[in-house]
Design a protein around this ligand. Structure first.
Ligand code: PLP
Length: 402
C-alpha cells in the first residue's frame, strides 16, 4: 500500500516537519538522517531490538477484550495494554530502539528532555542497561511536581539538570537539551521522547513505536479473524503512542482514527494544551508544526491536568493527518478525562495514566455499531497519578462517591 501519510524524502509530512536546526548541528543531524534507516533495517539491530522488547520490556503487550466496557458502549472494545510494559508506558519501546541506534553510531553520552519524568525514567533505564552516561533536562517546576520520578532517574544513575528558563516546564527542557547538544555534537546522542524534533526524529520514533500496530494486526487476526479494526483510538501529546497505534493502518481507509488531545479547561480558554484545535503553523524545537503562540510568535504555555500531554506543540505527522482529515481529533477536558479514568478503574480493574484516560473519554462521544471492532491504546499505568485522581474525585461523577 502506498504510504501517502508517511514522511516524504525531504522529511516533511505535507507542509509540516523538516529540520530547522542551528548550523552547528547540521553534520550531526545529517549523520543520523543518512544512517538510521540502514541501521534499523539491519538483521543485527532487529534481532537485538526484538529480543529486548520481549525479554526486557515484556512484549507483546496484551490486546485485552474489555467485556464490561464493550457492553456499556455497544461495540467490541479491545484495549492495547502498553501500561503493562516495563517502566509502565509505551515510552520504553522508543528508548530501547534509540539506545541501540546510539551505540551503533558510536555515541557515548545520552541526553534527553522530560516533562512529567516518564521519558526521563525510560531513558535513564536503558542507559543503566547499556552502561551509558545519561543526563536529563527537566524544567525546575516539573522537578518539584514530579519528585518521585526525579529520584528514580537519580537512582538509575542519571544526572538530572533542572532548567530555570521560561515557564520551567517541558518546552524549556527541550530547548535546553538542544543547547547542550550544540555544545557536544560529536559524542552526544539526543534521545528524543516523542514524534517531534527535527527530521528524522518524528519518523524514527514512529518506527520504534510501530511495534504497537504490528502486534495489533496479528492479535486481531487471532481474536477477530481479520487483521484490522474499524476504529482506532489513542491520546496525543507529542504523538508517539498514537503514531505507534496507527502506523500500519495510516493508509488503510477502512480504519477510522480518532485521537484525543488535552483540552484542559476547554480548548477555547487560556488553560488548554489542545494544539491541533488552537495552534497555528510555526517552528518549534526543530520542526514546522502546529504550535500555540500569540500574534508575535511567542510560544504560549500549555495547560492540562495531565503532565505527559503538557506541550504547546504536536508532532508534524499528526498535524498533517489532522489537517488532511485522515484523523478526527477531539479535545478532551480535564473533568472528562478524570471521569473516564475512574470508569476504566471501576469497570475493568485497570487504573490508567491520566494521559490514557483522555483516550478513554472519547468513547462516550462516538456512536458505534454493535459489531464494530474498536482498539484503544492504554498508553500507561496510573500509579503515578493516584494523588491527582483523588484530589479531583469531584470530577468523577457517579464513580466519585467513596
Ligand atoms: C508521555 C506519555 C504520553 C504522551 O506522549 P506521546 O508521545 O503523545 O505518546 C501519553 N501517555 C503516557 C502514559 C505517557 O507517559
Amino acid at each position: 500500500m502506498e504510504k501517502t501519510y508517511n514522511v516524504d524524502e525531504n522529511g516533511y509530512y505535507g507542509e509540516f516537519g523538516g529540520a530547522y536546526v542551528p548550523e552547528i548541528l547540521y553534520a550531526t543531524v545529517e549523520q543520523l538522517r543518512s544512517s538510521y534507516r540502514d541501521i534499523i533495517a539491519s538483521e543485527e539491530f532487529k534481532t537485538e531490538f526484538r529480543s529486548l522488547l520481549k525479554d526486557y520490556a515484556g512484549r507483546p503487550s496484551p490486546l485485552y477484550f474489555a467485556r464490561r466496557l464493550s457492553e456499556h458502549y455497544g461495540c467490541r472494545l479491545y484495549l492495547k495494554r502498553e501500561d503493562l510494559n516495563h517502566t509502565g508506558a509505551h515510552k520504553i519501546n522508543n528508548t530501547i530502539g534509540q539506545i541501540l541506534l546510539a551505540r551503533k553510531m558510536g555515541k557515548t553520552r545520552i541526553i534527553a528532555e522530560t516533562g512529567a519524568g516518564q521519558h526521563g525514567v525510560a531513558t535513564a533505564t536503558v542507559c543503566a542497561l547499556m552502561g551509558m552516561q545519561c543526563e536529563i533536562f527537566m524544567g525546575a517546576t516539573d522537578v518539584e511536581r514530579q519528585h518521585t520520578n526525579v529520584e528514580r532517574m537519580k537512582m538509575l544513575g542519571a544526572k538530572v539538570n533542572p532548567v530555570r528558563t521560561g515557564n520551567m516546564t517541558l518546552s524549556d527542557a527541550c530547548s535546553e537539551a538542544i543547547r547542550d547538544w550544540c555544545q557536544h555534537p560529536s559524542d552526544t546522542y539526543y534521545l528524543v521522547g516523542s514524534t517531534m524534533g527535527p527530521h528524522p526524529y518524528p519518523d524514527l520514533v514512529a518506527r520504534m513505536q510501530s511495534v504497537i500496530s504490528e502486534e495489533i494486526k496479528w492479535q486481531l487476526q487471532e481474536k477477530e479473524g481479520r487483521d484490522y479494526p474499524d476504529t482506532l483510538i489513542a491520546c496525543i501529546g507529542g504523538g508517539s503512542n498514537a503514531a505507534g497505534t496507527i502506523y500500519h493502518y495510516m493508509d488503510d481507509e477502512r480504519v477510522k482514527i480518532v485521537l484525543a488531545e488535552a483540552g484542559g479547561h476547554g480548548w477555547q480558554t487560556d488553560h488548554t494544551a489542545a494544539t491541533i484545535h488552537k495552534g497555528s503553523t510555526g517552528i518549534l524545537h526543530g520542526a514546522k508544526m502546529l504550535v500555540m503562540q500569540n500574534e508575535d510568535g511567542q510560544i504560549e504555555e500549555a495547560f492540562t491536568i495531565s503532565a505527559g500531554l503538557d506541550y504547546p506543540g504536536v508532532g508534524p505527522m499528526h498535524c498533517h493527518m489532522a489537517k488532511s482529515g485522515r484523523t478526527n481529533v477531539l479535545s478532551i477536558n480535564d473533568d472528562e478525562a478524570i471521569r473516564a479514568g475512574y470508569e476504566l478503574t471501576r469497570m475493568e480493574g485497570i487504573i490508567p495514566a491520566i494521559e490514557s484516560a483522555h483516550a478513554l473519554a472519547v468513547l462516550p462521544k462516538l456512536e458505534f455499531r454493535k459489531d464494530e471492532v474498536v482498539v484503544l491504546t492504554v498508553s500507561g499505568r496510573g500509579d503515578k497519578d493516584v494523588e491527582t485522581y483523588l484530589k479531583n474525585k469531584s470530577m468523577a461523577g457517579e464513580y466519585g462517591n467513596f
